[in-house]
Write a protein that binds this ligand. Structure first.
Ligand SMILES: Nc1nc2c(c(=O)[nH]1)N[C@H]1C(S)=C(S)[C@@H](COP(=O)(O)OP(=O)(O)OC[C@H]3O[C@@H](n4cnc5c(N)ncnc54)[C@H](O)[C@@H]3O)O[C@H]1N2
Ligand code: MOO
Length: 395
């Protein structure tokens, strides 16, 4: 070990291994204490799609502001069409041609569509009777002035933007999406294809973050340390080179750039994950092994992204209550993530053991189950919660 490395204020695991790993809950606590929701900003509606509303929004005025036509046709007093039929056309002396959205003229309470009327020379006749209110969109049918339009925390859908405009809003207070920088540290080895950039970017997007370019960096301590302190990100995810080999330079690079606060989490896969800060920005270190990277994102980094986006911090996966089809063995002292598939009887089959690498088993799985550090496993037929890989609690 060189003198400079001896001075680094962190436990270097390279060539030594982890002497202990922290419980996952310590990682969650670190995230909850250091990653906060962004301050609300008032943005024009055009910039708000997909963002969360910071406050509840009420309608400024009634919408529609007056009774108006919901059909193209003739505005009439419904009573004037009484008894009309195709064999008994009734002349409409006070009919006014209207188009959808036109205010209803005074004295009218219905719109008779063109299909239920006929023009005879300059005169209009009803060939069907209409009831009062028929073909009319009433004043305040969508929203009465002062009534709630959308709740605080709502992730704005495209249609919400139109609704907000109808309620008299041109801009609304939203939580801006956190800018997440993804750095691939070292990349795949032995000619393997790059597998993490697209996967991690999709996960960040799911959790409310915005990813700029995905950066490829060499497994070089100086280059990584420099990249960690570059400004412009609210959160940094660095994937790769977190283990115990001589080329695993991500943890010492973060220690040099700022602080490596936790390295080694008692979970499998993903146990070489780490957490720290550079230039005040939280940095999450994910293993490079693709399944370990997925697990460390789901169980650790995703929580940071969701908090930074103002979303609920808990796992976003929809849960399914099921029973095990087989015994699941687990290591005491380590939280184990088992990829599982649901069989025809609704029982959960393990697809691969927690330490089995690669994403093929994750792709074949319907979801995952977690077996806590205090458990040696569960017998077959045991009730258990599956976290779905395909359904989420928020859209
Ligand atoms: N003696 C010990 N050895 C290891 C331990 C341990 O506790 N004691 N931990 C193991 C664990 S856990 C993991 S995880 C790995 C360390 O993983 P790293 O984060 O260091 O991963 P890399 O060295 O970067 O690469 C490992 C593996 O992943 C592939 N990889 C990396 N980046 C990418 C990418 N962008 N796309 C696709 N694949 C990537 C790389 O090709 C390697 O196959 O250490 C164990 N060792
Ligand atoms: O970080 Mo390692 O891949 O424990 O699973």
């Amino acid at each position: 070990m060189t003198a400079r490395e001896a001075a680094l204020p962190f436990h270097d695991v390279r060539g030594r291994g982890f002497s202990r790993r922290s419980p996952l809950t310590d990682g969650w606590e670190w995230i909850d204490n250091r990653v906060v929701a962004p301050a609300a900003r008032v943005l024009p509606l055009a910039d708000c799609a997909g963002l969360r509303l910071a406050d509840a929004i009420t309608a400024v005025g009634d919408w529609p502001p007056a009774d108006r036509a919901a059909l193209d046709g003739y505005a009439v007093a419904a009573a004037d069409t009484l008894g009309a039929g195709s064999y008994n056309p009734v002349p409409l002396t006070a009919a006014v041609a209207v188009s959808v959205g036109d205010a209803l003229p005074p004295g009218c309470d219905a719109v008779i569509p063109y299909e239920a009327a006929q023009a005879v020379g300059p005169f209009i006749e009803a060939i069907d009777a209409v009831a009062p209110g028929s073909g009319v969109e009433r004043r305040a049918a969508w929203a009465a002035g002062g009534s709630p339009l959308l709740p605080a925390g709502r992730r704005l859908r495209p249609a919400d933007l139109g609704l907000l405009a109808s309620g008299g809003h041109h801009s609304v207070p939203v939580l801006p999406a956190p800018r997440v920088r993804i750095l691939l540290a070292g990349g795949a080895k032995a000619g393997a294809p790059e597998q993490l950039g697209a996967m991690l970017a999709a996960l960040v997007g799911r959790d409310g973050g915005v990813v700029g370019a995905v950066g490829n960096l060499p497994a070089n301590l100086d280059a990584l340390a420099e990249a960690y302190v570059l400004p412009g990100a609210d959160l940094i995810l660095s994937a790769g080179r977190t283990g115990t080999g001589p080329d695993d330079v991500a943890p010492p690079a973060l220690a040099r750039a700022g602080s490596l606060d936790l390295h080694g989490i008692a979970m499998r896969p993903g146990g070489s994950a780490g957490l720290g800060r550079a230039g005040g920005t939280p940095v999450l270190l994910l293993p490079g092994e693709p399944m370990a990277a997925l697990a460390a994102y789901e169980l650790l980094a995703g929580r940071a992204v969701r908090r930074a986006a103002g979303l609920p911090a808990d796992l976003p996966h929809a849960t399914v209550q099921a029973v095990t089809a087989r015994k699941l063995v687990s290591e005491i002292g380590c939280l184990d993530l088992h990829r599982v598939r649901m069989d025809e009887e609704g029982r959960l089959e393990p697809v691969a053991s927690p330490g089995w690498p690669g994403l093929a088993a994750a792709a074949r799985a319907d979801g995952f189950v977690l077996i806590g550090a205090d458990s040696e496993g569960v017998p077959d037929g045991a009730p258990i919660t599956m976290y779905s890989f395909t359904k989420y609690r928020f859209a």
